[in-house]
Design a protein around this ligand. Structure first.
Ligand code: GUN
Length: 298
């Protein structure tokens, strides 16, 4: 197959998803008098993190949820952050908690994440949720891979029996993505920077998920004709002195071989915050003994 792949519009998909979340939030309020709440904790002044946190807060309010923002100075002692997490765990108005990463170097991120009530773990990073996902049980699922799965399902329908190659083995994207695809009955390969003949491994993929954080690393001739390509990379590069965002896939060549592909920007990126809102709604429903919201969980 050669020509032009279908472009998977993550921006439009995320807008639709937020619309469905907003409708379910309105129903929760009307029928049960419950307002889902998301608490976001930012420690320090990392500029990228500040932008993310601002966007999260705005979109949380836009879908009708309560947003609680906690900003702590970079030099905050870890015990003080632990106290805040304990208060949020105990607060019935808070259904989802997110501690923005990276944390300052003097803090133990793993310890902080595992202090979050797993039922309120909107990121799905708590070790209990990692274990639940890995054993195919009901879990809180990391937002970025959840968004990728939603787009794949929307585009392909059933994923059963397909060859999926995930390039990247991070705890935030690669590993949970592989677990989700395995739970969908894909044949899953997790490749990474040390994989031998990565090009050949990629050429076997019906579904190719790139999450390595290296601009343009996956070339068009590594893509199986007709494959669905999900580009998780958000790399800041400079072209002619101007800052630009680019993915892990060489889009200009891959778009000629793939059957469908997500662009950067406008692909996976917008889905991540939408899935954070989905997770908050899911956590709120579960906390109140209600069924999981429609279409927002794997
Ligand atoms: N920093 C960058 N991405 C993320 C994310 O998905 N969750 C958290 N908690 N921090 C991040």
């Amino acid at each position: 197959m050669s020509g032009q792949a279908a472009i998977i519009d993550g921006k439009a998909f995320a807008a639709g998803l937020r619309g469905r979340i907003g409708a379910q939030v309105a129903r929760l309020k009307a029928d049960h008098g419950i307002t889902p709440g998301l608490a976001v904790v930012l420690v320090g002044e990392d500029p990228a993190s500040q932008v993310y946190v601002r966007n999260k807060g705005r979109q949380t309010v836009e879908v009708g949820m309560a947003s609680f923002e906690h900003k702590l100075p970079a030099e905050t002692p870890e015990a003080e952050l632990a106290d805040l997490v304990a208060r949020l765990n105990a607060d019935p108005a808070v259904h989802g908690i997110l501690v923005q990463l990276p944390l300052p170097a003097h803090m133990d991120a793993t310890k902080v994440i595992n202090a979050i009530d797993p039922a309120k773990d909107a990121d799905g990073f708590h070790i209990l949720n990692v274990g639940l996902l890995g054993t195919g049980q009901k879990a809180m699922v990391p937002c970025t891979p959840l968004g990728c799965l939603m787009m794949l399902r929307d585009h392909l329908g059933s994923l059963a029996g397909l060859n999926a190659v995930v390039v990247g083995r991070s705890n935030i994207v690669g590993k949970p993505m592989a677990q989700l695809l395995l739970n969908e009955s894909c044949t899953v390969t997790v490749a990474h920077s040390r994989t031998r003949d990565l090009a050949q491994v990629c050429r076997g993929a019906d579904i190719l998920v790139a999450a390595v954080g290296r601009p343009g690393m996956i070339k068009g001739d590594w893509v199986k004709p007709g494959a669905t390509v999900i580009d998780v990379g958000i790399n800041r590069i400079e072209v002619d002195g101007k800052a630009r965002l680019t993915g892990d896939v060489e889009f200009e060549t891959a778009v000629r071989t793939a059957g469908a592909i997500t662009p950067v920007p406008g692909g996976v990126g917008p889905m991540t915050i939408a899935c954070l809102l989905a997770n908050t709604l899911t956590a709120c429903c579960r906390a109140n003994g209600l069924p999981d919201p429609e279409g927002l969980t794997p």
